[in-house]
Design a protein around this ligand. Structure first.
Ligand SMILES: [Zn+2]
Length: 380
């Protein structure tokens, strides 16, 4: 079947992270570590180099640099480039119109400024606010629960006015997507534990379910009032996340709330491996969108074709959004752009072959998923 050619469509990468100022990875293991979600030493040093993703990356980099397709050759070519030139070459080759960046990770001091990324990549940069970091800061700054709730409401009073186009939650990594309603006694108890952690350590990693769930409900009410999208990490991630509780079906209680229906919900990472469930939610709830991430999770080509087939077969294409989830090095933004375009083009070609779409309809779907849906959803 003939693939649809999407190679000239500029991308709206609806979920990614900042790019490191320093692109010198140091030793080989520091470089390899960028391409696994595992914290285990042998995964980072050895096994990662035998994933299909990693092998494909090395081969694509060799084609890009016109050198031998070996790890040694591509890393030596990489080192010969000035950091900013390297970033510029990759990002311009990716043809990106807009990057939607989660400002909560990695730490901003390590990253290029938005203005620099704009200059190097010739693209726009939109910011997204990670709500758990805001909550943690407010808990360290306030001594009572009611003061934290009030401070959170006021911090989220006008999110677009502060320059953000969306919120992002990593509750799946902390306590799971089964966000509930709690007795105030449980919430107060959790707040006491949180404050003790602040006093002992000077900082807080918020993973107390009654407290986090309660503050998320405050957040959702604000997001709904402002019709502001909220991105949720779902599915595949590092081992902080309990994959069972990262199943998007756990969001049912939130999605069923009529008073939250004005809050668009973006399920990140194609909910992998729960893509069918995520696509189902995007089919039955008008405010649910499914992100198709071609960088992270780090997958072989075949599995990326599969999740793309599932998403397109189940959900309306007006609900699907391209992303890379790239972090730190421009290679991930770039390879995700190459692969995302060609995979989506191949699957849309199959849809034409099977009679699901006309070729005009397939082109319309390609532009929508790669660019237009995100621009409309984030009002950017
Ligand atoms: Zn991310």
């Amino acid at each position: 079947m003939t693939p649809i050619d999407l190679s000239n469509i500029p991308l709206a990468d609806n979920h990614c992270h900042g790019i490191f100022q320093s692109q010198t990875p140091g030793d080989l293991i520091t470089w390899r570590r960028l391409f696994t979600e595992s914290f285990d030493p042998a995964m980072q040093s050895t096994h990662v180099a035998t994933t299909l993703f990693y092998r494909r990356l090395i081969r694509e980099m060799a084609a890009f640099f016109e050198c031998e397709p070996t790890e040694e050759a591509v890393l030596s070519m990489r080192k010969k480039h000035d950091d900013q030139l390297l970033i510029s070459k990759y990002l311009r080759a990716a043809n990106i119109d807009a990057l939607f960046v989660d400002k909560g990770y990695p730490a901003l001091e390590m990253l290029l400024s938005d203005a620099t990324v704009t200059r190097l990549a010739n693209c726009r940069v939109a910011s997204m606010l990670r709500v758990e970091l805001l909550m943690q800061r407010l808990i360290t700054e306030n001594t009572t629960l009611s003061a934290v709730v009030e401070a959170l409401r006021s911090a989220l009073n006008d999110v677009r006015g502060q320059g953000y186009v969306a919120l992002k939650s990593i509750v799946a990594y902390r306590t799971g997507l089964n966000i509930g309603i709690w007795d105030m006694d449980d919430v107060e108890d959790a707040f006491t534990v949180a404050r003790r952690e602040v006093q002992e350590r000077g900082s807080l990693r918020l993973a107390l379910k009654p407290l986090l769930d309660t503050l998320l409900h405050v957040t959702f009410a604000e997001a709904a009032r402002q019709e502001l999208p909220v991105q949720f990490h779902t599915g595949y991630g590092d081992t902080d996340a309990d994959m069972l509780l990262a199943n998007p079906l756990y969001l049912r209680a939130v999605l069923e709330r009529r008073d939250y229906r004005a809050m668009p919900v973006v399920l990140l990472h194609e909910c992998y491996p729960y893509t069918q469930q995520g696509a189902y939610l995007a089919t039955v709830y008008e405010n649910v969108y499914l992100d198709l991430s071609y960088g992270i999770p780090y997958l072989g080509y075949h599995e990326m074709l599969e999740f793309t087939r599932v998403a397109l077969s189940v959900a309306p294409f007006s609900k699907l959004l391209y992303s890379s989830d790239a972090v730190g090095v421009p290679e991930i933004h770039w390879i995700s752009a190459l692969n995302g375009r060609s995979i989506l083009g191949q699957v849309l070609g199959e849809c034409v072959g099977h009679g699901d779409l006309s070729s005009t309809g397939a082109e319309e779907a390609g532009v929508a998923v790669l660019h237009d849906n995100a621009m409309r959803l984030y009002r950017y």
